[in-house]
Design a protein around this ligand. Sequence first.
Ligand SMILES: NC(=O)c1ccc[n+]([C@@H]2O[C@H](COP(=O)([O-])OP(=O)(O)OC[C@H]3O[C@@H](n4cnc5c(N)ncnc54)[C@H](OP(=O)(O)O)[C@@H]3O)[C@@H](O)[C@H]2O)c1
Length: 246
Amino acid sequence: MHRTAPLSGRTAIVTGAAVRLGRAISVALADAGADIVVHYGRSKTEAEEVAGEIAKLDRRVVTVSADLSDPLSAAAKILDAAAELGGADILVNSAAIFEDASLVEMTEDSYDRHLAINLKAPCFLCREFARRLTRDRGHILNLADWRAETPPADYLAYTLSKAGIVALTRALALQLAPAIQVNAIAPGAILPPPGGDFETWQTSKLPDIPLRRTGGAKDIADAAVYLLRSEFITGEVLHVTGGEHL
Ligand SMILES: NC(=O)c1ccc[n+]([C@@H]2O[C@H](COP(=O)([O-])OP(=O)(O)OC[C@H]3O[C@@H](n4cnc5c(N)ncnc54)[C@H](OP(=O)(O)O)[C@@H]3O)[C@@H](O)[C@H]2O)c1
């Protein structure tokens, strides 16, 4: 029996799509039938590789580079790229920065960059996405973090930005209903920070995770496909943490 792919006919923008979780989400959405706008910052070669992988799945794909530290101009550029595919009806805000600093160590520059890239850019991407939506229905998926609702003592600016993402998700779920569903995934220990040693990172994480294992990019990609297929979930923050947030 022939089955239609669940996201067939849909077009998804994925920010930070060239590497790591953004890449896994992009390929999973393409595998589920969606055409993809691959946004990247500096990872041009990797973005072209992902685009090649998506094209092999017979999906349409465009790549677009935009610096999210300039949120309004990035949002316009990314939605212009989506227009090349006839407009988007899915927006996945995955790109982010993640730098450690406690309150006394934190610089104003680090605070401003976290808030601009991790919160202001997703917010104005949502605005541009909603303004330009030409189809009846749309779906926004934000990448949050379990830290947003259980703030630990470290990574202060990052945690504040992700707390904003959770608030944005719930506020927009109300504001943009009934046309646009808005959900978030709150990952736990999925991948070590870029360049980090996997074994050392995993060993340090396991005692805090009730399921006694770390996750993988597939856990996040599967959660993304699940939420984007749903027609009745909105305002939800789905924790994919092995229980760490508890
Ligand atoms: N990995 C985890 O275990 C984990 C855990 C909790 C939450 N999360 C959240 O899940 C999401 C994806 O995580 P990840 O680990 O895959 O993220 P990541 O590797 O740290 O970052 C994803 C991408 O964000 C892009 N980016 C950063 N600053 C940018 C800027 N100024 N302009 C344009 N793009 C910029 C970069 O793109 P380029 O490389 O193209 O420059 C980067 O590759 C993030 O929102 C993260 O906070 C991840």
